[in-house]
Design a protein around this ligand. Structure first.
Ligand code: UD1
Ligand code: UDP
Length: 355
């Protein structure tokens, strides 16, 4: 099988790591990096740490408005797909790189395999929702992490090519756990005590692009009684500077984006996590750490149903109250989320369908 895998943003490197390893055992994979994320700590550090093969091609598209960024990717990916024959094009998640990869392939009549298909927030104001809906509707293989994702697709009339395979992010997490996390050196390096700090990540457009929401989140983090570790996404850094929102507070420790093992350690050792990240919500549940998600809705409904995750508005008082109250529920860790070994199941489906 000849596979083209399209990646571009941090969570896609993490998702691609286990699947790429499994596919390359017996197939040819060309890895195409769109260049959507390019800072060392948002991109190359994951290739180094997770031993992802160097991209065969980096389109170097970089940042830009949605139309410009997606168009540049589309142009670059199309050129590569025309120059090289492929049996399938793999796309991950819901970023602009996902949409560009799916669209370029579908127009060239190359089957698209969408990993993490069927997720829905039902909020079309999110760029990610537009990307995932469109990608799903032009995909030949829809690899869903959960039964709910399959049901979401069915309600839109998509039933062909749908496979519930589990979650490649759990494969990635388990790989890191097998290697081992060095909690004591992480904690001492950051001056933190296990179970006595809050880990926070904020990057979603709906929070960072709204000055009121962003200011409220920053004020809430500063008002928490425990130390807060905040690995700052570059988007948030840019927006804070542009809006002149100061994040100077004794209890908030701002650090550069973390590597994957360091991030998992930071999650695992925290008393609770505050986030708007999709991946972090799931990891909190798998690792058994209470999560507070600063969003009006989530695609990972299972994490809320099990009690491991609580949604909260971007309001100082509500956020502080919810984080203080965040506790472990009775439900087992990871309840309702997809199982591991998704990477192997995806390989089997592709091999059986494309032989
Ligand atoms: C993108 C995805 C989002 C995903 C996130 C993962 C889209 C529409 N959004 O959001 O779904 O959750 O990645 O992290 O695809 N920047 C840098 N250096 C970088 C990358 C970005 O400085 O290496 C800054 C630039 O100012 C850029 C901004 O971050 O304009 C936003 O980057 P972009 O890739 O457009 O979207 P993300 O917010 O990262
Ligand atoms: N992550 C990381 N370092 C960080 C922040 C996040 O390694 O400083 C990892 C996190 O553990 C998860 C993934 O990045 O596996 C989530 O990516 P992100 O939050 O950027 O995007 P989303 O999942 O919201 O699309």
């Amino acid at each position: 099988m000849r596979i083209a895998s399209i990646v571009g943003a941090r969570p896609q490197f993490i998702k691609a790591a286990p699947l790429s390893r499994v596919l390359r055992q017996s197939h040819y994979e060309m890895l195409i990096h769109t260049g959507q994320h390019y800072d060392y700590k948002m991109s190359q550090s994951f290739f180094d740490e997770l031993e992802i093969p160097e991209p065969d091609i980096n389109l170097g598209v970089g940042s830009g408005a949605h139309g410009v960024q997606t168009a540049e990717m589309l142009r670059g990916i199309e050129e590569v797909l025309i120059a090289n024959p492929f049996d399938v094009v793999l796309v991950y998640g819901d970023t602009n790189s996902t949409l560009a990869g799916a669209l370029a392939a579908a127009k060239l009549h190359i089957p698209v395999a969408h990993v993490e298909a069927g997720l829905r927030s039902y909020n079309r104001r999110m760029p990610e929702e537009v990307n995932r809906v469109l990608a799903d509707h032009i995909s030949t293989f829809l690899f869903c992490p959960t039964d709910r994702a399959r049901a979401n697709l069915a309600s839109e009339g998509i039933v062909e090519g749908v496979h519930v395979v589990g979650d490649v992010m759990l494969d990635a997490l388990r790989e890191r756990m097998r290697i081992g996390l060095d909690a004591s050196s992480f904690l001492s390096c950051h001056g933190l005590q296990a179970g006595h700090y809050i880990l926070a990540t904020i990057h979603r457009a709906e929070n960072t692009d709204d000055p009121h929401r962003l200011a409220a989140i920053v004020r809430a983090l500063a008002a928490l009684p425990e130390p807060v570790l905040l690995p700052l996404h570059p988007r948030t850094r840019v927006k804070l500077a542009r809006l002149d929102i100061k994040l100077e507070s004794e209890n908030v420790c701002i650090v550069e984006p973390l590597g994957f093992s360091a991030m998992l350690t930071a999650e695992q050792q925290a008393r609770a996590i505050v986030t708007d990240s999709g991946g972090v919500q799931k990891e909190a549940s798998w690792l058994g750490v209470p999560c507070v998600t600063v969003r009006d809705e989530t695609e990972w409904v299972e994490t809320v149903e099990s009690g491991w995750n609580v949604l909260v508005e971007a309001d100082v008082e509500a956020l502080v109250r919810t984080v203080r109250a965040a506790n472990r529920p009775d439900a087992p860790r990871g309840s309702g989320l997809g199982p591991e070994e998704a990477s192997s199941r995806i390989r089997v489906v592709l091999e059986e369908s494309l032989k």
